[in-house]
Design a protein around this ligand. Structure first.
Ligand code: URA
Length: 238
């Protein structure tokens, strides 16, 4: 017997997008079941029996799930299209024809680790606050943060009316009047690392994400990417 599955879960399993994005696409009227536009949540479908379309294109479960780690260069956007015509990260994955989307965003000028996948469920898991996936960054900041400021960043500071969750922060090296810091956070608020340091009076001059959990960039050079294996994926949640 075919089990009914929620429409947003089906879209995520088919690699169209993450579950959270699926809800937005449904609300926006881009999804139809058996030719009828569906805009409310909670609708279930029978995979293989109901015909689901996204932007009028059929959605099926057959696509193989793939995972890549890209070392994102500065100057690339992590959205799938850009009204301003700036280069998009997926254009760096040559000859990869799955419909990939980035897991989480990096600012235009931020470099480093970016997972791209067609697995909406994994994307959801990495980004969902209940999993508290660690993300580590190297930030070149202006000045040398004091021990007290580092302690405050670690404990949590008020940022836009909400306290940040505990973080791990340490100095990696001093670079003249500036300082290379390592920071590990598990929230994903917009421009969070830059805002946290700025609030402490230390403007971020350069930012690079180095890891998701214990999955590091490794020897990937800027602009290059590698296919991730199941053993790599496990490290994300360590
Ligand atoms: N925090 C930031 O401020 N920018 C990023 O790109 C990622 C995390």
């Amino acid at each position: 017997m075919i089990k009914p599955v929620r429409l947003q879960k089906f879209l995520a399993q088919s690699g169209v997008c993450s579950r959270r994005k699926a809800e937005e696409h449904i609300k926006a009227g881009r999804v139809a079941v058996d030719g009828q536009k569906v805009q409310e949540m909670g609708v279930t479908i029978l995979p293989g029996q109901n015909r689901v379309t996204f932007d009028n294109k059929p959605v099926t479960l057959e696509e193989k799930l793939v995972y890549y780690m890209l070392n994102k260069p500065g100057g690339y956007v992590t959205t799938l299209s850009d009204p301003q015509g700036r280069p998009i990260v997926t254009s760096l994955l040559k000859g990869v024809n799955s419909r990939l989307f980035p897991v989480g965003r990096l600012d235009l000028d931020t470099e480093g680790a970016l997972i791209l996948t067609n697995d909406g469920n994994l994307a959801q898991r990495i980004q969902h606050p209940s999993y508290a996936t660690n993300k580590s960054y190297e930030a070149l900041v202006k000045g040398i943060p004091s021990k007290s400021k580092i302690d405050q960043l670690e404990t949590g500071i008020m940022l836009e009316g909400k306290k940040t969750s505990p973080a791990r922060v340490k100095i990696l090296s001093e670079k003249g009047r500036n300082c290379l810091m390592k920071i590990t956070i598990h929230e994903g608020r917009k421009r969070q690392v830059k805002k946290m340091f700025s609030q402490m009076g230390h403007h971020v001059l350069h930012l690079k994400r180095t890891a998701y959990g214990k999955l590091t960039l490794g020897s990937l050079t800027t602009g290059s990417y590698r296919l991730l294996k199941p053993v790599d994926l496990k490290k994300i949640f360590l």
